[in-house]
Design a protein around this ligand. Structure first.
Ligand SMILES: Cc1cc2nc3c(=O)[nH]c(=O)nc-3n(C[C@H](O)[C@H](O)[C@H](O)COP(=O)(O)OP(=O)(O)OC[C@H]3O[C@@H](n4cnc5c(N)ncnc54)[C@H](O)[C@@H]3O)c2cc1C
Ligand code: FES
Length: 251
Protein backbone atom coordinates (compact mmCIF):
# COMPACT_ATOMS: atom_id res chain seq x y z
CA UNK A 1 0.00 0.00 0.00
CA UNK A 2 1.42 3.32 -1.01
CA UNK A 3 -0.40 5.84 1.14
CA UNK A 4 0.69 9.05 2.79
CA UNK A 5 -0.83 11.88 4.78
CA UNK A 6 -0.47 15.20 3.00
CA UNK A 7 -2.07 18.61 2.82
CA UNK A 8 -4.63 19.03 0.04
CA UNK A 9 -6.19 22.31 -1.07
CA UNK A 10 -9.99 22.30 -1.11
CA UNK A 11 -10.79 23.84 -4.51
CA UNK A 12 -14.56 23.18 -4.72
CA UNK A 13 -17.33 22.46 -2.24
CA UNK A 14 -20.89 22.40 -3.55
CA UNK A 15 -24.14 20.93 -2.28
CA UNK A 16 -25.39 18.62 -5.06
CA UNK A 17 -28.48 17.32 -3.23
CA UNK A 18 -29.94 18.08 0.18
CA UNK A 19 -27.19 17.36 2.71
CA UNK A 20 -24.85 15.86 0.09
CA UNK A 21 -21.63 17.72 -0.71
CA UNK A 22 -19.19 17.40 -3.58
CA UNK A 23 -15.56 18.25 -2.80
CA UNK A 24 -12.64 18.62 -5.15
CA UNK A 25 -9.27 18.59 -3.40
CA UNK A 26 -5.88 19.17 -5.02
CA UNK A 27 -2.48 17.72 -4.26
CA UNK A 28 0.42 17.19 -6.66
CA UNK A 29 1.37 13.68 -5.52
CA UNK A 30 -1.27 11.42 -3.98
CA UNK A 31 -4.24 11.52 -6.43
CA UNK A 32 -2.17 9.81 -9.15
CA UNK A 33 -1.84 6.75 -6.87
CA UNK A 34 -5.61 6.29 -6.44
CA UNK A 35 -7.33 3.12 -7.68
CA UNK A 36 -11.06 2.70 -8.04
CA UNK A 37 -12.87 1.55 -4.90
CA UNK A 38 -10.21 2.97 -2.57
CA UNK A 39 -10.93 5.61 0.06
CA UNK A 40 -9.27 8.45 1.95
CA UNK A 41 -9.23 9.37 5.66
CA UNK A 42 -9.83 13.06 6.29
CA UNK A 43 -8.53 15.06 9.26
CA UNK A 44 -11.45 17.26 10.21
CA UNK A 45 -10.48 20.45 12.04
CA UNK A 46 -11.12 20.07 15.79
CA UNK A 47 -11.71 16.28 15.62
CA UNK A 48 -9.21 13.58 16.63
CA UNK A 49 -10.50 10.67 14.53
CA UNK A 50 -10.39 11.03 10.77
CA UNK A 51 -13.44 10.46 8.55
CA UNK A 52 -13.27 7.80 5.79
CA UNK A 53 -14.73 8.86 2.43
CA UNK A 54 -14.56 6.92 -0.86
CA UNK A 55 -12.77 8.26 -3.89
CA UNK A 56 -15.54 9.31 -6.28
CA UNK A 57 -13.18 10.34 -9.05
CA UNK A 58 -9.52 11.20 -9.55
CA UNK A 59 -7.14 12.91 -11.91
CA UNK A 60 -3.36 13.01 -11.49
CA UNK A 61 -3.68 16.03 -9.20
CA UNK A 62 -7.26 16.04 -7.85
CA UNK A 63 -9.64 13.84 -5.93
CA UNK A 64 -13.39 14.19 -5.96
CA UNK A 65 -15.10 13.20 -2.70
CA UNK A 66 -18.89 13.13 -2.33
CA UNK A 67 -20.27 12.85 1.20
CA UNK A 68 -23.50 13.08 3.11
CA UNK A 69 -23.72 15.05 6.34
CA UNK A 70 -24.29 12.46 9.09
CA UNK A 71 -22.77 13.85 12.28
CA UNK A 72 -20.40 16.49 13.60
CA UNK A 73 -17.40 15.67 11.38
CA UNK A 74 -19.19 15.72 8.05
CA UNK A 75 -21.07 18.86 9.14
CA UNK A 76 -17.76 20.67 9.69
CA UNK A 77 -16.57 19.37 6.30
CA UNK A 78 -19.71 20.68 4.59
CA UNK A 79 -18.97 24.18 5.89
CA UNK A 80 -15.33 24.34 4.74
CA UNK A 81 -14.53 26.88 2.05
CA UNK A 82 -12.52 26.62 -1.19
CA UNK A 83 -8.95 27.72 -0.49
CA UNK A 84 -8.77 25.96 2.89
CA UNK A 85 -6.13 23.30 3.53
CA UNK A 86 -7.20 19.82 4.58
CA UNK A 87 -4.98 16.95 5.74
CA UNK A 88 -5.84 13.70 3.98
CA UNK A 89 -4.43 10.18 4.30
CA UNK A 90 -4.68 8.53 0.87
CA UNK A 91 -5.15 6.31 -1.00
CA UNK A 92 -6.37 3.57 1.37
CA UNK A 93 -7.75 0.04 1.15
CA UNK A 94 -8.05 -2.51 -1.61
CA UNK A 95 -10.31 -1.37 -4.41
CA UNK A 96 -12.35 -3.20 -7.05
CA UNK A 97 -10.54 -5.82 -9.10
CA UNK A 98 -11.30 -4.71 -12.66
CA UNK A 99 -10.20 -7.05 -15.42
CA UNK A 100 -9.75 -5.87 -19.02
CA UNK A 101 -12.12 -7.23 -21.65
CA UNK A 102 -15.05 -7.84 -19.28
CA UNK A 103 -18.32 -5.92 -19.16
CA UNK A 104 -19.08 -4.65 -15.65
CA UNK A 105 -22.36 -3.74 -14.04
CA UNK A 106 -21.97 -1.25 -11.16
CA UNK A 107 -24.78 -1.28 -8.62
CA UNK A 108 -25.01 1.52 -6.06
CA UNK A 109 -27.42 2.51 -3.34
CA UNK A 110 -27.66 6.05 -1.92
CA UNK A 111 -24.34 7.43 -0.73
CA UNK A 112 -22.75 4.15 -1.93
CA UNK A 113 -23.04 5.44 -5.50
CA UNK A 114 -20.04 7.89 -5.59
CA UNK A 115 -17.14 5.36 -5.66
CA UNK A 116 -18.74 3.68 -8.67
CA UNK A 117 -18.06 6.70 -10.90
CA UNK A 118 -14.25 6.35 -10.88
CA UNK A 119 -14.74 2.58 -11.18
CA UNK A 120 -17.12 2.80 -14.16
CA UNK A 121 -14.65 5.11 -15.90
CA UNK A 122 -12.02 2.33 -15.81
CA UNK A 123 -14.16 0.00 -17.93
CA UNK A 124 -15.60 -0.21 -21.45
CA UNK A 125 -19.35 0.12 -21.95
CA UNK A 126 -20.28 -0.06 -18.24
CA UNK A 127 -23.82 -0.65 -17.06
CA UNK A 128 -24.71 1.36 -13.96
CA UNK A 129 -27.76 0.72 -11.79
CA UNK A 130 -28.28 3.21 -9.00
CA UNK A 131 -31.02 3.37 -6.40
CA UNK A 132 -32.18 6.15 -4.09
CA UNK A 133 -34.99 6.61 -1.60
CA UNK A 134 -36.54 9.46 -3.65
CA UNK A 135 -35.85 12.03 -6.39
CA UNK A 136 -34.31 14.58 -4.01
CA UNK A 137 -31.42 12.23 -3.27
CA UNK A 138 -30.52 11.35 -6.87
CA UNK A 139 -26.87 12.27 -7.55
CA UNK A 140 -24.21 11.94 -10.28
CA UNK A 141 -26.68 11.04 -13.05
CA UNK A 142 -25.04 13.39 -15.57
CA UNK A 143 -21.56 12.25 -14.56
CA UNK A 144 -22.35 8.61 -15.30
CA UNK A 145 -23.96 9.58 -18.61
CA UNK A 146 -20.88 11.62 -19.54
CA UNK A 147 -18.78 8.54 -18.71
CA UNK A 148 -20.74 6.64 -21.37
CA UNK A 149 -22.62 4.36 -18.98
CA UNK A 150 -25.83 2.53 -19.82
CA UNK A 151 -27.59 4.04 -16.83
CA UNK A 152 -30.66 2.91 -14.88
CA UNK A 153 -31.93 4.91 -11.93
CA UNK A 154 -34.48 3.48 -9.52
CA UNK A 155 -36.24 5.14 -6.59
CA UNK A 156 -38.03 3.39 -3.74
CA UNK A 157 -41.08 5.66 -4.09
CA UNK A 158 -41.08 5.96 -7.91
CA UNK A 159 -40.54 9.74 -7.79
CA UNK A 160 -37.67 9.43 -10.32
CA UNK A 161 -36.80 6.76 -12.89
CA UNK A 162 -37.84 3.17 -12.31
CA UNK A 163 -40.16 2.49 -9.37
CA UNK A 164 -38.44 -0.30 -7.46
CA UNK A 165 -35.13 -1.63 -6.20
CA UNK A 166 -31.76 -1.97 -7.89
CA UNK A 167 -32.05 -5.74 -7.58
CA UNK A 168 -35.20 -5.72 -9.77
CA UNK A 169 -33.24 -3.94 -12.52
CA UNK A 170 -30.18 -6.17 -12.00
CA UNK A 171 -32.25 -9.36 -12.36
CA UNK A 172 -33.89 -8.02 -15.51
CA UNK A 173 -30.50 -7.38 -17.18
CA UNK A 174 -28.70 -10.52 -15.98
CA UNK A 175 -26.79 -11.99 -18.92
CA UNK A 176 -25.80 -8.59 -20.33
CA UNK A 177 -22.58 -8.23 -18.26
CA UNK A 178 -19.75 -10.43 -16.95
CA UNK A 179 -19.20 -9.12 -13.39
CA UNK A 180 -20.91 -6.94 -10.80
CA UNK A 181 -19.41 -4.39 -8.40
CA UNK A 182 -21.70 -3.04 -5.68
CA UNK A 183 -21.57 -0.39 -2.97
CA UNK A 184 -24.35 0.68 -0.63
CA UNK A 185 -26.20 -0.36 2.53
CA UNK A 186 -25.61 -3.92 3.76
CA UNK A 187 -29.19 -5.16 3.07
CA UNK A 188 -28.77 -3.99 -0.54
CA UNK A 189 -25.36 -5.69 -0.83
CA UNK A 190 -26.83 -8.89 0.56
CA UNK A 191 -29.68 -8.79 -1.98
CA UNK A 192 -27.31 -8.01 -4.87
CA UNK A 193 -25.02 -10.89 -3.81
CA UNK A 194 -28.04 -13.22 -3.73
CA UNK A 195 -29.11 -12.23 -7.27
CA UNK A 196 -25.54 -12.79 -8.57
CA UNK A 197 -24.83 -16.06 -6.72
CA UNK A 198 -23.99 -18.87 -9.14
CA UNK A 199 -24.37 -16.55 -12.15
CA UNK A 200 -21.72 -13.81 -12.18
CA UNK A 201 -18.82 -12.77 -9.95
CA UNK A 202 -19.85 -10.03 -7.55
CA UNK A 203 -17.59 -7.73 -5.52
CA UNK A 204 -19.05 -5.65 -2.68
CA UNK A 205 -17.63 -2.59 -0.94
CA UNK A 206 -18.28 -2.58 2.82
CA UNK A 207 -18.61 0.33 5.20
CA UNK A 208 -17.46 -0.16 8.81
CA UNK A 209 -16.77 2.30 11.59
CA UNK A 210 -13.11 3.16 11.32
CA UNK A 211 -10.35 4.73 13.36
CA UNK A 212 -6.87 4.73 11.83
CA UNK A 213 -7.80 3.55 8.31
CA UNK A 214 -4.47 1.71 7.95
CA UNK A 215 -4.81 -1.53 9.90
CA UNK A 216 -3.40 -0.37 13.23
CA UNK A 217 -6.39 -0.02 15.59
CA UNK A 218 -8.65 -3.02 14.71
CA UNK A 219 -11.82 -0.87 15.03
CA UNK A 220 -12.98 -2.02 11.60
CA UNK A 221 -12.46 -5.79 12.09
CA UNK A 222 -15.26 -7.95 10.75
CA UNK A 223 -15.89 -11.65 10.25
CA UNK A 224 -15.16 -12.86 6.72
CA UNK A 225 -14.69 -16.19 4.99
CA UNK A 226 -11.54 -16.18 2.86
CA UNK A 227 -10.53 -19.32 0.90
CA UNK A 228 -13.15 -21.30 2.84
CA UNK A 229 -11.87 -20.30 6.30
CA UNK A 230 -13.33 -17.79 8.73
CA UNK A 231 -11.06 -14.88 9.59
CA UNK A 232 -11.49 -11.51 11.27
CA UNK A 233 -10.21 -9.07 8.66
CA UNK A 234 -9.76 -5.33 8.74
CA UNK A 235 -12.10 -3.60 6.33
CA UNK A 236 -9.69 -0.67 5.98
CA UNK A 237 -6.86 -2.87 4.72
CA UNK A 238 -8.17 -6.19 3.34
CA UNK A 239 -11.29 -4.32 2.14
CA UNK A 240 -13.34 -2.26 1.74
CA UNK A 241 -13.91 -4.41 -1.36
CA UNK A 242 -14.53 -8.15 -0.87
CA UNK A 243 -15.83 -10.91 -3.07
CA UNK A 244 -19.53 -11.18 -2.25
CA UNK A 245 -19.11 -14.74 -0.92
CA UNK A 246 -16.48 -13.65 1.63
CA UNK A 247 -18.89 -11.49 3.65
CA UNK A 248 -21.26 -12.38 6.53
CA UNK A 249 -24.07 -9.92 5.85
CA UNK A 250 -26.00 -10.61 9.06
CA UNK A 251 -23.01 -10.56 11.46
C1 LIG B 1 -14.50 2.86 3.48
C2 LIG B 1 -15.58 3.88 3.75
C3 LIG B 1 -15.96 4.73 2.73
C4 LIG B 1 -16.97 5.69 2.96
N1 LIG B 1 -17.31 6.50 1.92
C5 LIG B 1 -18.23 7.43 2.12
C6 LIG B 1 -18.59 8.32 1.05
O1 LIG B 1 -18.05 8.26 -0.06
N2 LIG B 1 -19.52 9.25 1.30
C7 LIG B 1 -20.16 9.35 2.53
O2 LIG B 1 -21.03 10.20 2.71
N3 LIG B 1 -19.84 8.52 3.54
C8 LIG B 1 -18.89 7.58 3.38
N4 LIG B 1 -18.56 6.76 4.42
C9 LIG B 1 -19.23 6.95 5.71
C10 LIG B 1 -18.57 8.14 6.45
O3 LIG B 1 -17.26 7.78 6.82
C11 LIG B 1 -19.36 8.50 7.72
O4 LIG B 1 -20.64 8.96 7.36
C12 LIG B 1 -18.64 9.61 8.49
O5 LIG B 1 -17.41 9.12 9.01
C13 LIG B 1 -19.51 10.12 9.61
O6 LIG B 1 -18.76 11.06 10.33
P1 LIG B 1 -19.46 12.17 11.25
O7 LIG B 1 -18.41 12.80 12.06
O8 LIG B 1 -20.30 13.06 10.42
O9 LIG B 1 -20.46 11.29 12.12
P2 LIG B 1 -20.33 10.84 13.63
O10 LIG B 1 -21.39 9.81 13.85
O11 LIG B 1 -20.30 12.04 14.51
O12 LIG B 1 -18.91 10.13 13.69
C14 LIG B 1 -18.33 9.71 14.86
C15 LIG B 1 -17.21 8.74 14.54
O13 LIG B 1 -17.73 7.54 13.95
C16 LIG B 1 -17.17 7.32 12.67
N5 LIG B 1 -18.25 6.89 11.79
C17 LIG B 1 -19.54 7.23 11.88
N6 LIG B 1 -20.27 6.65 10.91
C18 LIG B 1 -19.39 5.92 10.18
C19 LIG B 1 -19.51 5.09 9.03
N7 LIG B 1 -20.68 4.87 8.43
N8 LIG B 1 -18.40 4.51 8.54
C20 LIG B 1 -17.21 4.72 9.14
N9 LIG B 1 -17.01 5.49 10.23
C21 LIG B 1 -18.10 6.08 10.74
C22 LIG B 1 -16.61 8.66 12.23
O14 LIG B 1 -15.53 8.51 11.32
C23 LIG B 1 -16.18 9.26 13.54
O15 LIG B 1 -14.91 8.77 13.90
C24 LIG B 1 -17.58 5.79 4.23
C25 LIG B 1 -17.19 4.93 5.25
C26 LIG B 1 -16.21 3.99 5.01
C27 LIG B 1 -15.80 3.06 6.10
S1 FES C 1 -9.62 1.45 10.99
FE1 FES C 1 -7.96 0.94 12.28
S2 FES C 1 -7.60 -1.12 11.72
FE2 FES C 1 -9.09 -0.50 10.31
Amino acid sequence: MSYDSQIFKLTENKEIAKGIFDWTVKNDELPARAKCGQFVNIKVPGRVLRRPISICDATDTTLRLVFQVKGEGTKVMSQMKPGEDVEILAPLGTGFDIKPGKRYCFVGGGIGVPPLLFSAKQTDNPMVIMGFRNKDLVILKDDFKAAGAELYTATDDGSFGIHGFVTDVLSEHMGEFDEVCACGPVPMLKAVAEVCRGKVRCQVSLEERMGCGIGACLVCSCKTKIDGEEHMTQVCRRGPVYDAGEVFYDA
